[in-house]
Design a binder for this molecule. Structure first.
Ligand SMILES: Nc1ncnc2c1ncn2[C@@H]1O[C@H](COP(=O)(O)OP(=O)(O)O)[C@@H](O)[C@H]1O
Ligand SMILES: [Mg+2]
Length: 324
C-alpha cells in the first residue's frame, strides 16, 4: 500500500481575532487505500475537499485528526521521509516563470541533493520524455498551457519518486492537450509510478484511473473501480427501434425481452424500448436473437454504458455535471 488514510480530517478556522471565528470542515473523515502502481483518482465537485486531502497526504498541511501513511511513513511524524517519497504538482504548478524550463528542472534536482552533473542529466532525460527538449531554453512563462502542465509534471518527477500527486492536472486544458496529458499519466503507470490525481471531470476519472473515490462535502461517498461502480448502479442500456410500425410489435418485443433472464427491466419510451442489462456487451447478441426469433425486424439498436455521473447521482442525489 502506497497510501493509507484513516479518518483524515481538516477543519480550518477563519476570521480568528476578529471576534467571529468560524470553522470550515474541509475534510470530514476520509478513508482511502491506494495500492502501489495504481492510478487512483479522487473525483468530486469544487469545494469537496480534494486539494486539502492531497495537501495533507503531501505533508503541506497537518490533519486536524486521523492518520495517514504514505510509502509506509506517517505524514505527521515522518514528514521528511514522506516528502522524499513523493512528487507533487499543485493546481497552479509552482515554477519560476522567468527561468528557462530546463534550469527550473535542474534547480529542483539540486534542491533534492543531486550533483550538478546528475541534475543536468536528469533534467535532459525528463525534457526528452515529456517532449519539451525544443523549448527547454525558453522562460517557463512563454510555454503554452499544455507544455506548462507537462513541464510541471516533469518537475514533480525529478527525484523519480514512487508516488506523484497531480491536483486537477487537466483543468483548463483543451481536449487535445488533455488527451496528451492522459497519455503521460498512463506512461507513468507503465513505468511503475503510483499516481494519485484529483479531478472534477467524470470522463477523466473514467479514462485514467484503476480505482477511485468519489468525495463530496469532505467525505468519501463511494469507492471502487469505474467498471464496478457503473455496473452496480445502472448496468448497461440497450435501446431498440423496430423497423415496422409501433403498437403491437413494440408491446410484443417488450414482453419478450422482459422474459429474458439477463434483462433487468424494459422501459418503453415513445417508439423506443430501453432494456437494462447487467452486461450489455454479452447481452446484445441475445437481444438480437430473441427479437429475430419472433420475427421482429430491427431498425436500429444501440448500447449505452452507465457513466460515473450516474454513480454520483445515485449516491448524492445530484448530478456532478451540475455540481462541478
Ligand atoms: N486555507 C483554507 N482556509 C479556509 N478554508 C479553506 C482553506 N482551504 C480550503 N478551504 C475550504 O475547504 C473546502 C474544501 O476546499 P478544497 O480542498 O480546496 O476543495 P476542492 O479541491 O475539492 O475544490 C472549501 O470550502 C474551501 O473553501
Ligand atoms: Mg482543488
Amino acid at each position: 500500500m502506497i497510501i493509507e488514510a484513516h479518518e483524515l480530517r481538516k477543519t480550518f478556522v477563519v476570521g480568528r481575532g476578529r471576534g467571529k471565528a468560524r470553522e470550515i470542515e474541509a475534510v470530514r473523515g476520509i478513508d482511502m487505500e491506494v495500492e502501489r502502481g495504481e492510478v487512483f483518482a479522487v473525483l468530486g465537485p469544487n469545494g469537496a475537499g480534494k486539494t486539502t486531502t492531497v495537501r495533507m497526504l503531501a505533508t503541506f498541511t497537518q490533519p486536524t485528526a486521523g492518520q495517514a501513511r504514505v510509502n509506509g511513513y506517517d505524514v505527521v511524524k515522518e514528514a521528511g521521509k514522506v516528502r522524499a517519497s513523493i512528487g507533487y504538482v499543485g493546481q497552479l504548478g509552482g515554477v519560476d516563470e522567468m527561468t528557462p524550463a530546463i534550469e527550473n528542472l535542474m534547480l529542483a534536482g539540486r534542491l533534492a541533493g543531486m550533483s550538478k552533473k546528475q541534475a543536468k542529466a536528469r533534467a535532459e532525460e525528463l525534457m526528452a520524455a515529456f517532449a519539451l527538449t525544443e523549448i527547454g531554453n525558453r522562460p517557463a512563462r512563454t510555454l503554452s498551457g499544455g507544455q506548462k502542465r507537462r513541464f510541471a509534471i516533469a518537475v514533480g518527477l525529478v527525484t523519480a519518486p514512487p508516488l506523484i500527486f497531480l491536483d486537477e492536472p487537466t483543468t483548463g486544458l483543451d481536449p487535445q492537450n488533455r488527451a496528451n496529458l492522459w497519455e503521460e499519466v498512463r506512461k507513468l503507470r507503465d513505468q511503475g509510478t503510483s499516481v494519485l490525481l484529483t479531478t472534477h471531470y467524470l470522463d477523466e476519472a473514467d479514462a485514467l484511473c484503476d480505482r477511485l473515490v468519489i468525495v463530496d462535502h469532505g467525505k468519501v461517498v463511494v469507492e471502487g473501480t469505474p467498471e464496478a461502480l457503473k455496473k452496480e448502479v445502472a448496468g448497461d442500456i440497450v435501446t431498440v427501434r423496430l423497423a415496422d410500425g409501433p403498437a403491437e410489435g413494440l408491446e410484443q418485443a417488450r414482453l419478450l425481452l422482459t422474459a429474458e433472464p439477463y434483462v433487468r427491466e424494459v422501459v418503453q419510451e415513445d417508439e423506443l424500448l430501453r432494456a437494462y442489462l447487467d452486461d450489455g456487451e454479452r447481452g446484445l447478441p441475445s437481444v438480437l436473437r430473441a427479437l429475430d426469433r419472433d420475427g421482429l425486424a430491427i431498425q436500429s439498436i444501440t448500447l449505452e454504458r452507465a457513466t460515473l455521473d450516474d454513480v454520483f447521482l445515485k449516491h448524492t442525489g445530484r448530478s456532478l455535471r451540475d455540481a462541478a
